[in-house]
Design a protein around this ligand. Structure first.
Ligand code: MN
Length: 303
């Protein structure tokens, strides 16, 4: 057993996306290798409808997977294959864009006007960038939750954990996507296979994550009230923790408990050519995608 060192902790930063949605970018659009096979993550928790209601109107994706996890509120979606639907609290949509999809994602909020959720982008290896598009829509009630004696609760969205297997399957990056809640003071070690690249994202409360060089852990501070200008964060921290290599992560929940995502996957280790919502291996492939968009051949007929 070896503890994974903490390479970096950093706060998500305010960003604007879509038709004017205020969100927080956890990582992405900088160094695509740092969390390979993951390219980007946005935290779209928001308390003000005017800051998210314009949503993400029709746009293309190619070469990646987008993983939307809704905590609260709803997201209405539609796509070029003719699918339409609504994601609600606890639901996950795993979209394999593959060769190309046009879709829109419109957050609607809950009765209190809140919209909470995350979108993660996973890369596809060159062999699957032009695979047929696919959706896996998963109801929150179909996501297994394991509850330990100490009150720790783990929702297994994908991958295997404590004997439960998440409902999303067939994903190239072999991801393990866990939503973990730990009561105040509880300390726990989570195994993560050595071949995986791993990160945690604290979005409620605080915790100490043990570092190989500081095994007693670094307690993350709670968000300071009023520090955010436009978004009232009612749920604590927005902190990314990037882990180095090893096979376990030890966490001790702070005085208010903690909730965090623990996500890992197998690095793809291929060149990345990235333009907005399209991520390929080469500039030529990016240019081809632009040509396909212009001449109407971006969406391949489905067999
Ligand atoms: Mn999209």
């Amino acid at each position: 057993m070896s503890l994974r060192p903490i390479l970096e902790t950093r706060r998500a930063i305010p960003a604007m996306e879509g038709a004017g949605v205020k969100l927080h970018r956890v990582f992405g659009f900088q160094d695509p290798t740092e969390l390979d096979p993951f390219l980007m993550m946005d935290d779209f928790r928001n308390e003000r409808p005017e800051d998210y209601i314009r949503g993400f109107p029709w746009h293309p994706h190619r070469g990646i997977e987008t993983i939307t996890y809704v905590l609260s509120g709803t997201v209405e979606h539609g796509d070029s294959l003719g699918n339409t639907g609504t994601l609600g609290g606890g639901d996950v949509q795993w979209m394999t864009a593959g060769s190309g999809i046009l879709h829109q994602e419109m957050p609607k909020g809950n009765a209190q006007g809140q919209m909470h959720g995350f979108q993660l982008w996973g890369n596809l290896p060159s062999s699957q960038k032009m695979t047929a598009p696919r959706y896996q829509d998963v109801k929150g009630s179909d996501i297994p939750e394991v509850i330990d004696d100490d009150g720790t609760r783990v929702k297994v969205i994908t991958g295997e954990f404590w004997g439960k297997r998440g409902p999303v399957d067939g994903i190239a990056a072999d991801p393990q996507y866990l939503d973990i809640a730990m009561p105040a003071g509880v300390k726990k070690t989570f195994r993560i296979d050595t071949y995986r690249r791993a990160f945690a994202y604290v979005f409620d409360g605080a915790a100490a994550f043990a570092d190989a060089s500081q095994p007693s852990g670094v307690l993350l501070e709670k968000e300071v009230a009023g520090q955010e200008v436009n978004i009232r964060d009612l749920s604590g921290n927005r902190t990314l923790i990037r882990f180095g290599s090893g096979d376990e992560v030890t966490v001790q929940a702070g005085p208010d408990g903690v909730r965090f995502l623990l996500i890992s996957g197998a690095p793809i280790n291929e060149p990345v050519a990235w333009h907005g919502p399209i991520v390929m291996n080469t500039q030529q492939e990016l240019m081809q995608a632009m040509r396909d968009l212009r001449n109407g051949s971006f969406i391949k007929p489905q067999h």
